[in-house]
Design a protein around this ligand. Structure first.
Ligand SMILES: *Cc1c(COP(=O)(O)O)cnc(C)c1O
Length: 369
């Protein structure tokens, strides 16, 4: 972990402490409120539950601290992505979206933006910057892409977007700000599904948008207030609790992935593997320039679909489930949802179990395949 990540993590643990008065609870209280006591002129006060909430504010302060930018929270990753698209794109605009990223982003654009007169192109993450960004109002990248783990050079994409007059949006879900800092690399907006590693306990859906452009953030805040895409105070509180251990969990998950990936690579039951940290991985070079860690996701291809299912379902320390980033290791065949990957492909999300125990459990099942 870099010095900057350590400073952010240490500061995060004491953010609330700096604002406390004697006798206040150290842990954040949950404010459940639709109404606020509001006689007379309402300006400058909490007014209504769709507009503001003290628990949201504390969670947004935590995200702002981690991202070093303004942050607005949403009830899911898709709510955050929808907010960015609806608050920044207008009829007649052209947008560029990865063809191999999280499929719901493409579906949202096709199903709802296209009929409103927004045109769009889809391009694979690998080679994303090889053809220009001329004519686009917004360019959306997801790196490493979910589930294929291809990588796009964020700094290059940011330069190209600036020259083309396009906004660059980066979905940073697979890395978290402790693994990759798109705003520092020149992106205009970062979005993430905090449902994954930031919450980390597989019990909440959540998302956030962060940017250093205040005009954009003002539009994002207006979108939330007017569209009503608001997170629950309890869910917000749970995410804050998750964020307090994110740096530690992420560190452990990435270290374990780094230990296990070469062993999986060397096992005869594994036909091919994608992990940006492996010397032979096509994404490694760019990963080294822009990622602080190589992440905790590993792509595995087995000889048969049955072998893939056995690995996912029979390994005692693998939870067969969709989604990723929990404290428990989880995995699934993405082809079951229609992702453009082979039926033998498994996305493995390394959790916080001790690495030796996890590898022994995997090896036993792999040896039997
Ligand atoms: C999960 C995910 C999302 C959507 O998040 P939800 O909280 O499920 O709405 C968006 N982008 C990526 C890369 C994801 O993995």
């Amino acid at each position: 972990m870099t010095k900057k990540n350590h400073q952010i993590a240490a500061g995060l643990a004491h953010l609330r402490g700096h604002g406390l008065a004697k006798g206040d609870p150290v842990a954040l209280p949950i404010t459940l409120a639709s109404m606020y006591h509001l006689p007379g002129d309402p300006a400058g006060f909490n007014q209504y539950g769709r507009f503001s909430n003290p628990t949201w504010e504390a969670v947004e302060a935590a995200f702002a601290h981690i991202e070093d930018a303004s942050a607005v929270i949403f009830p899911s990753g898709m709510a955050a992505i929808a907010a960015v698209l609806y608050a920044t794109v207008k009829t007649g605009d052209r947008v560029l979206i990865p063809s191999d990223g999280y499929y719901t982003t493409r579906m949202l654009a096709e199903r709802f933006l296209l009929p409103m007169g927004v045109t769009m192109d889809f391009r694979p993450t690998n080679g994303f910057c090889e053809t220009g960004f001329e004519g686009y109002a917004l360019v959306f990248v997801e790196t490493p892409s979910n589930p294929g783990l291809d990588i796009c050079d964020i700094e290059k994409a940011a330069d190209m977007a600036r020259q083309a007059g396009a906004l660059l949006v980066v979905d940073n879900t697979t890395m978290t700000p402790f693994g990759q800092r798109p705003l520092d690399l020149g992106a205009d907006i970062v979005v993430a599904a905090d449902t994954k590693a930031p919450n980390g306990h597989s019990d909440v859906l959540f998302g956030h948008v962060a940017s250093r452009n205040e005009a954009i953030m003002s539009a994002i805040r207006d979108w939330r207030k007017l569209a009503g895409s608001i997170p629950g105070p309890f869910e917000s509180w749970l995410v804050l609790r998750g964020l307090e251990t994110l740096e530690m969990r992420f560190d452990r998950m990435c270290s374990t992935a780094g230990l296990i990936a070469p062993r999986l690579d060397g096992h005869k039951a594994v036909q091919s593997i994608r992990f940006p940290g492996l010397p032979g991985d096509p994404a490694r070079k760019v990963a080294q320039t822009q990622m602080q860690r190589f992440g905790f996701l590993i792509g595995l291809t087995f000889e048969t679909e049955a072998a893939a299912e056995t690995f996912v379902n029979e390994t005692p320390y693998i939870q067969p489930a969709t989604s990723f980033g929990g404290v428990h290791t989880s995995a699934e065949r993405r082809a079951r949802w229609g992702d453009a990957v082979s039926p033998e492909f498994v996305r493995l999300s390394i959790g916080c179990e001790p690495a030796d125990e996890l590898w022994s459990a995997m090896k036993e099942v792999l040896d039997g395949l």
